[in-house]
Structure formats: C-alpha cells, structure tokens
Write a protein that binds this ligand. Structure first.
Ligand code: ADP
Length: 423
C-alpha cells in the first residue's frame, strides 16, 4: 500500500467534507474518517481527513482528540499534517484554534506554521490580516452574533495571538503576490523576530496556489479548506478524474432533508414542482407520539422501486419558529434529527444505495444511524458537496453512495442533479 501523503484533522464534520472535496479536485484520492479510526487505514489513498467535533468543546478535550488523530495519522505514515478549521475562523477567546495548533506543533516538534482561513471560492479573503466574509469584515458579517463562537474582531493576528503563547505574525499580501521565494524569505525573517505562527493574506485562488510551494517542507499547516488547493502539487499530483473515481452506483435512490435553510427550501420545492415523489414530516406529529418514521417508510416502499423519493422536514422560518415555540428549539431539533436518521436507516435497510442527505446536523445523525465510519470522496455535485462512497452497517457492510449537503449549499435543482451526476 502506498504511504499516506497528507493527514488532516478537521474540527467539524461538514468542514471535513469541504476540505476533502478541495483535495480531490486538486488531484488527491481522499477518505474522510468519522472520528479517529479504531483500525489501520485499509484504502489506497493520498490523504485522510479525520472529522472531529472539537470546535466548541473545552480546549483540553479538543487538544486530546486532535493529538489522538495525529497519532493515528502518523501511524499511517502521513508526511504532512493539516489542521482544518472554519473559513470564518470560528473560535472562542480560549480557542480552540490556537491551543490545538500549539499542541500539534509541540507534538511534531515544529518551529513554524501558518494559519489562514482564506477560501476565495467561498468569498472568504484575508487582507492585512483582516478576514472578510463577502464584502464586509468578519465582525460585520453576522458572525459577531453567532450563538457559540461570536467573532467580534476581524483582525486574525490579534484573535489568534489571544489564543496562543507563541508569537503570531503576518505574511502580508505584498509578499504573497511575489510568490514562493518571497514568502519563504518572509518566513525566515519572521522566525528571526521570534514569530512561530504566521497569518497569511490571500484574496484569490492564485494567492493560494502561490502559497502552496512555500509550504512543501512544513510538517504542519493550519488553515480553512482553501489552502488545500495548492498542496497536492507539492506531491507531484495534478487534477484528474481518477482522484474522484468511485465504484459504480446501483440500488434505489432517495433524499432525506432536515435542513430548513433557504437553499434547501428552494430545492424541496424544485423537486416537487418537477413531479418528484415527496413526503413532508410534521414535527408536531412526532411529538404527539406517532411513529412518523414507520409511516414514511410505508409510503416510500412502493414508490422508491420506480423513482427517487424525498422525505423532508424542511420548512420555512415561520413554521420552524412556531414548532420551536411549542416544543423548544433543542428538543424540536433533536427529535426531527432522530426521525430523519431513522428514515434514512430504514430506506437503506430496504435497498436504497444512493442517498442524499440535506442538513449539517442532520448529516451527522444520518451517518451515525447508518453505521458509517469512513467515506471515500468522489465527484462534486455542486461546490462543496461531493458524492461519497461508504460501507454501511445498515447495508450489511455493502457500499452506499451518499451525499451530505450542508444548509445553504447547492443549486435549486440539487436533488435532481445529484442522481444525474452519479449516473
Ligand atoms: P442546516 O445545514 O440547514 O443548518 P441542520 O441539519 O444542521 O441543517 O439543522 C437543521 C435543524 O433544524 C436540525 O436540528 C433539524 O432537526 C431541525 N429541524 C428540521 N426541520 C424542522 C422543523 N420543521 N421544525 C423545527 N426544527 C426542524
């Protein structure tokens, strides 16, 4: 078996898929592991992304999980480590980006690394150390009101410095624009000034591609998913359809959706308007004790043999608020997630082998219910959302094609297009 080139540690689930997707598009064969695997890697791949859920847990616990992931990746021979966080640098004043970065540096005996959440394809750019989301600074983007990780300062040198004991510096845009040699020279200069971690400006994919070669010898890279586009070339890899090749798809087709994002609402409507077979799940009936999952599976049974079916709890903001008012926000969310996951499990039990799941939290619940531990990343359906292939307990260990779409990703025709891409 070939040696693992890149070992990645992601601080949340859909972020891991986002990174994996970028690596595949740049030419790497990638597997995403749900948590730290208990057994050695048994696939022929260039990179593994270990998906943790460490973004908002206590720093000590985030460090422990990340070091656990590091040890597993090192045991698989990983030549370089990539710590992946959110493109909006989601963190609390305590971390966990800084503490995890420093713990990984200690473990790798790494004296210098970079940090940048820049992801221009997704309108996240860093200039003079300030992060922009679209046309506005991070702290004006709505992220200042995030319930778990409010980001009130767009100056990421300052934000990261507050989380670190090591000195944080900046490789600014005038340097990045001049390319590899200038970046390397700047890093040498920063090191002589006692800097150990450098925020890096990047406002375009060209910047990230110029940055790539300067990172070739770094044991550790920390970034959002954007930097990934410049790394495979360091290992002699270039974009190819081979990287995203999955086993042929077969079996029945279905979509389950627990996302209430605007894009998903449009996607559900589009599927129905095209004449698709769709069933709405009513949270209030779940709360009343009705076995809504069994009902949905009975409804789907005769239809799914002939065409893709959609089961959804997706609703518009007003309806969601009203349900939340009656049941409580968390209780409503957890109940709907459990039901959608049970439906996904039942559909796969009944022969579905091509499954689209809409919703970030919903995806986590479904992957768990299906008994999936690792996913091979395949071709992209729409930006940020690839088809994956996984062995699932729910399919008695057989392969299932699965696409996990977080909230606002995907065009209106996503639920139709997804199956076309696979065919
Ligand atoms: P997204 O990626 O769009 O944010 P998530 O799955 O992460 O989607 O989150 C959606 C949350 O809303 C889940 O907890 C889900 O169970 C919950 N939910 C889904 N449908 C409804 C509904 N009709 N009423 C209330 N909550 C809902």
């Amino acid at each position: 078996m070939s040696k693992l080139l890149l070992g990645c540690i992601a601080d949340d689930f859909t972020g891991a898929t986002d990174l994996a997707n970028n690596l595949v598009r740049a030419g790497m064969r990638v597997v995403q592991a749900i948590g730290v695997p208990a057994t050695p890697l048994d696939a022929e791949v260039d990179a593994v992304v270990v998906a943790l859920k460490s973004r908002t847990i206590a720093p000590a616990e985030a460090i422990a999980q990340s070091l656990d992931a590091l040890r597993w990746l090192q045991a698989q021979g990983a030549q370089q480590i990539y710590f992946k966080y959110c493109s909006t640098f989601d963190s609390t004043p305590q971390g966990n980006i800084g503490p995890v970065t420093e713990a990984l540096m200690d473990a790798l005996q790494c004296d210098f690394t970079i940090a940048t959440p820049a992801f221009p394809d997704n309108k996240r750019t860093v200039f003079k150390g300030y992060l922009f989301a679209g046309d506005v600074l991070l702290n004006e983007s709505g992220m200042q009101n995030h319930p778990l990780t409010p980001m009130t300062d767009a100056n990421l040198v300052r934000v990261l410095q507050a989380q670190c004991t090591r000195k944080v510096g900046l490789v600014d845009h005038t340097v990045v624009a001049r390319g590899d040699a200038a970046i390397t020279e700047c890093i040498t200069q920063l090191k002589s000034e006692g800097v150990s971690i450098a925020m890096v400006d990047a406002v375009s994919n060209d910047d990230l591609l110029r940055l790539g070669p300067a990172l070739a010898k770094m044991p550790l890279v920390t970034a959002g998913s954007g930097v990934a586009i410049g790394l495979p070339a360091n290992f002699g890899l270039s974009p190819s359809s081979q990287a995203s090749a999955l086993p042929p798809a077969g079996g029945l087709r279905a979509v389950v959706s627990g996302s209430c994002s605007l894009a998903t609402n449009r996607q559900v409507l589009d599927f129905i308007q095209r004449g698709g077979a769709a069933l709405a799940v009513d949270p209030l009936r779940i709360a009343a004790g009705v076995d809504v999952a069994a009902e949905a599976l009975a409804w789907a049974a005769p239809l799914v043999a002939k065409q893709p079916v959609l089961v959804y709890s997706t609703a518009e903001a007003g309806a969601v608020k009203s349900v939340q008012g009656k049941l409580g926000v968390e209780e409503a969310g957890a109940m709907v997630e459990r039901t959608i996951a049970a439906i996904a499990r039942g559909l796969v039990d009944n022969g579905v082998r091509q499954l689209v799941v809409a919703g970030g939290e919903t995806s986590g619940a479904c992957v768990q219910a299906l008994g999936i531990a690792q996913m091979q990343i395949g071709p992209q359906i729409d930006p940020g959302v690839p088809w994956c292939h996984a062995r699932a307990e729910a399919a008695d260990g057989a392969g299932v094609h699965i696409a996990l779409k977080s909230g606002n990703f995907g065009g209106d025709d996503f639920f139709t297009k997804a199956f076309t891409v696979l065919a």
